[in-house]
Design a protein around this ligand. Sequence first.
Ligand SMILES: *Cc1c(COP(=O)(O)O)cnc(C)c1O
Length: 388
Amino acid sequence: MTKTTPDLSDSLVHLGRGPKTAGRPVNLPITQGSTMLFDTLAEFEAAREARYQPETLYYGRYGNPASFELERAVAALEGAAGCITVSAGLTAVTLALMGAAKAGDHILVADNVYAPTRSFCDTVLARYGVEISYFDPMQDAAPHFRPNTSAVMFEAPGSGTFEVPDISAIAATAKDNGAVSIIDGTWATPVFCQPLKLGADVVVHSGSKYIGGHADSMIGFIVCNAATYGQMRKSALAFGDKAGAQDVFLSLRGLRTLEMRMKAAEAAGLEIARFLQDQPQISQILHPAFPDCPGHRNWKREFSGAAGLFSVVTKPCPDEKLHAFVDALDLFGIGVSWGGFESLVLPVAPLRTANPWTDEGRVIRFNIGFENTDSLKADLARALPLLD
Ligand SMILES: *Cc1c(COP(=O)(O)O)cnc(C)c1O
């Protein structure tokens, strides 16, 4: 019998479910374990020899059957050669950069990356003799490459401000210059964008956001094309990092509903963003699906949807009013991270060194969750006058 081509919904339901033995549980159990046992010393030695190779059962730190299922599933969703599960999204970023750069190299980092990514580059990579320069990802990256540029790190869209760079153009420029392109794809998840198919070499994800989806898990993924996978896997494993067993389980479970949650988040996010656009206190909506968002055309071409995370720019206002507004919201939690079921609000201060952020209004980021959107609008309508 011929098999039908897997479609995304089918893949999300069926990938990473383990061997099809009779009486199997629907969800692969949490797989704990450190020592793995072998019947002969020769078998053990073969496993030790192959420990950096994918799918090798050797010792718990290198992965176990459940983490390998998750790695295969995420790699399949991204059209990748392979995936490495790590303990958090930031770990995926830092280990990918450590896998791509060495002392004496130069790396290019987008000006609007996740702030802890910038801080890792400035405080750790720089200390190991890697030169870092920040570039405006909305401009042509080509002039910034040097003979020793080994990697380009960027995000689509940018953290906090949501400009959408041209993924295929940056990836192609990196390739022309012999550099590895690393993109943080956390916002879109593989449901809305698959950057490796657009030419990127490595995609990193924080699975703590939408993939886990319930604000109760921390995990990261380094997803690689064939050219980078071997080196990235060996380098990441050499650091001794490892995803937690329960977080592997929760990620696999999260995948089952990822597409429906993304679509619900997209619809609710757009509804609230459109509502905010009409409010007198708001001067701009920073949401890739809005035509005036920088890079909107890139989003339309390279993404199939929008997450429920976006920002607004308010009219300029003092700290007290900003605090009063945020504190008055009942249904929006105040806290970092996003992609869970609950709406969140957080003022962000865009840090830019390549191209200074000049808008004097306040940037406020919203994660739209699964509350009733009418309730969210009523909550916002009640609090917004505090910005006046
Ligand atoms: C949250 C986030 C990360 C870090 O993920 P953690 O799992 O919290 O370590 C990395 N990149 C982006 C874009 C994020 O939003």
